[in-house]
Design a protein. Structure first.
Length: 58
C-alpha cells in the first residue's frame, strides 16, 4: 500500500516565484533609494511592450 504522505513538495512555478521575490528583496536591501520600475522590470526579466501593443483601457 503506497504511503499517502509520500508526495513531492517541489513546485517549479512556486520555486521560480520565490527566486524572483528573493532577487527583488536582495536588490531592494542593497539599494540606497527605491528601485525604479525600470530596475524592477530588468530584475524580473520583463520586456516592456511598445505603446501600440498595449491593450486599450476602455
Amino acid at each position: 500500500m503506497p504511503d499517502q504522505f509520500d508526495v513531492s513538495l517541489e513546485d517549479d512555478d512556486l520555486l521560480s516565484e520565490v527566486e524572483l521575490t528573493t532577487t527583488l528583496i536582495i536588490a531592494a536591501s542593497e539599494a540606497d533609494e527605491h528601485l525604479s520600475q525600470e530596475e524592477i522590470d530588468r530584475l524580473l526579466g520583463v520586456t516592456p511592450r511598445p505603446p501600440e501593443q498595449r491593450p486599450s483601457q476602455d
